[in-house]
Design a protein. Structure first.
Length: 533
């Protein structure tokens, strides 16, 4: 099992229950801001993950429909991104979000909100690529896993084969002498659901999850949108303290007063305690998923927190092979986390083995996930959340992955020679790697109108669809996928009649390009810069 796990890029380690408890306690103290005063047990927060079609959504639906208490009959279920159930007089909070994509996206924003991961694996299909990805995300976050072996109602169900496959990726179930709880279920037939909830509570009891309800609230945004009638709406999971109607809150770069709160069955609430998911109204704008909510005592504190948030964003610096030595020397990192993607399974082990040998007494080279296929958004989010980088061998990044990596400054490198990978990582850990110039796409716009600017010159009226346009951006013009201009410079940028320095997505502007006016409606204009990596 250890050899196979190694081939798949996993490090097999028997984590004791005590080790899991220690990690949870560290998270608990960090969340509470206290060293023990006022702490009480809180409900566990659970994320359900698994391969597509293995039954994540049906499992969540089965849990929800089985456990809503009778007195709530007739209540209208609200999809707010999270919900609570009650089993054996104890509450459990489930994040009703799309699997490890949302999990990694929240972690990429610095929000470690999940206490337990339920990994759904189909009994007739077994461990698949997205199962591996989900396991890697849970492992990188240090979160214990409970396996739900689903589709046990099928004649082709083979749970023993699933357990063997799980052992091969480092998840050894209790039946096989390990620490991972595995529960056979059928989401379709709604069997095994109570046993699953019972085991979640057993794991939660060992984690000793605590919070202090007597403090001002802190939490994390699970979902957010602009509602036409309500204004900015955000679903927030309260992690510590108690949120009350009327509280002054800061969420990322926006603030406001809690005007109203409701839970997942539409019930209006006056307060929300730790591990409670609530939909709130009263923010000045729409926050991002993963943004941290903090309740404060005054408007002055709110403004100070927003300024601090902006300052931290401005100084945030992602790890790259070029700056790795600098960050190692400064003691900022002790592990160089790498997401490795290759074209074939056989390439993983020689690359992984060679990279781990590059480790020095100052930094350990750590492969946090290894898999086959093109680099996807999940890979990039894992790198963001783990302050790591992405290395591809004979593969390409998918469109969304390339865009996300560019936006978040993730170092994503592609190679076709194994020696080059090892050489670059070795040089990076020794401060010998020369920076390379890479293109960073800053924004895109669609040309919607053409105006005369006098003396035969033309100006493009464009709508910025992504990112932003700045005066010093370099310009590329595309028509029906064909490149018409490369390396153009902006001569003028206006909003109405005013010259501006930048224009964000969702706004229109007038754009002039030096020595170019071959405009046509429908043209796509890309704005980019060249940076050292």
């Amino acid at each position: 099992a250890a050899t196979t796990a190694s081939n798949l890029g996993f490090e097999v380690r028997q984590a004791s229950r005590l080790q899991v408890r220690t990690k949870a306690e560290a998270r608990k103290i960090e969340q509470s801001g206290e060293k023990g005063a006022g702490l009480i047990l809180r409900p566990p927060v659970v994320t359900v993950m698994g391969h597509v079609d293995h039954g994540k959504t049906k499992t969540l639906d089965a849990i929800r429909s089985t456990n809503h208490v009778a007195e709530e009959a007739g209540a209208i279920t609200q999809h707010i991104g999270a919900y609570q159930v009650t089993y054996a007089d104890q509450k459990i909070t489930f994040l009703d979000t799309p699997g490890h994509e949302a999990f990694s996206s929240m972690r990429a924003h610095g929000a470690n909100i999940t206490d337990i991961v339920v990994l759904v694996v189909a009994a007739d299909d077994g461990v698949m690529p997205q199962t591996l990805e989900a396991a890697s995300h849970a492992k990188a976050a240090g979160v214990p896993v409970v396996v739900a072996i689903n589709k046990m109602d099928k004649a082709t169900a083979n749970p023993d084969h699933v357990k063997q496959q799980l052992a091969e990726i480092g998840l050894v179930v209790e039946d096989w002498g390990g620490d991972v709880v595995a529960v056979p279920i059928s989401a379709k037939a709604k069997t095994g659901i109570t046993e699953l909830l019972e085991n979640i509570l057993v794991v939660a009891e060992m984690l000793e999850l605590k919070a202090d309800p007597n403090q001002l609230a802190t939490g994390v945004v699970v979902e957010a949108e602009m509602d036409k009638s309500k204004g900015p709406v955000a679903t927030v999971l309260i992690q510590n303290g108690t949120l009350k109607v009327g509280d002054i809150i800061v969420v990322g770069s926006v603030s406001g007063h809690v005007r109203a709160m409701q839970n997942d069955i539409g019930k209006r609430l006056k307060k929300a305690e730790p591990s409670t998911p609530v939909e709130i109204l009263g923010l000045s704008g729409v926050p991002q998923v993963g943004d941290r909510l903090v309740a404060v005592a005054s408007e002055q504190q709110a403004q100070a927190l927003i300024e601090k948030h902006h300052a931290e964003q401005a100084t945030a610096r992602a790890i790259s092979l070029t700056n790795a030595y600098e960050q190692i020397s400064a003691g900022k990192i002790k592990e160089l986390n790498i997401v490795l993607k290759t074209d074939v399974q056989g390439s993983i082990e020689p690359i992984r083995g060679s990279l781990e040998k590059v480790s020095t007494d100052k930094v350990k080279v750590h492969i946090i996930h290894a898999g086959t296929g093109n680099i996807n958004e999940s890979d990039v989010n894992l790198a963001i959340a783990s302050n790591g980088l992405v290395i591809g061998f004979n593969v390409k990044p998918e469109g969304g992955a390339a865009k996300l990596a560019s936006e978040k400054g993730v170092d994503m490198r592609n190679y076709d020679i194994i020696y080059s990978i090892i050489d670059d990582v070795t040089k990076a850990t020794q401060g010998l790697l020369e920076p390379v110039l890479v293109e960073v796409v800053e924004g895109r716009a669609e040309l919607r109108a053409i105006f005369s600017a006098g003396k035969g010159r033309k100006v493009a009226g464009v709508y910025v669809t992504e990112g932003k346009v700045t005066r010093n951006s370099t310009v590329r013009v595309l028509r029906a996928g064909k490149k018409l201009l490369e390396g153009g410079k902006i001569s003028s940028l206006k909003r109405f009649k005013d010259d501006v320095r930048e224009v964000a997505a969702g706004y229109e502007c007038g754009l002039g390009i030096v020595d170019y006016d071959d405009f046509a409606t429908g043209d796509i204009i890309e704005f980019y810069g060249i940076v050292k990596q």
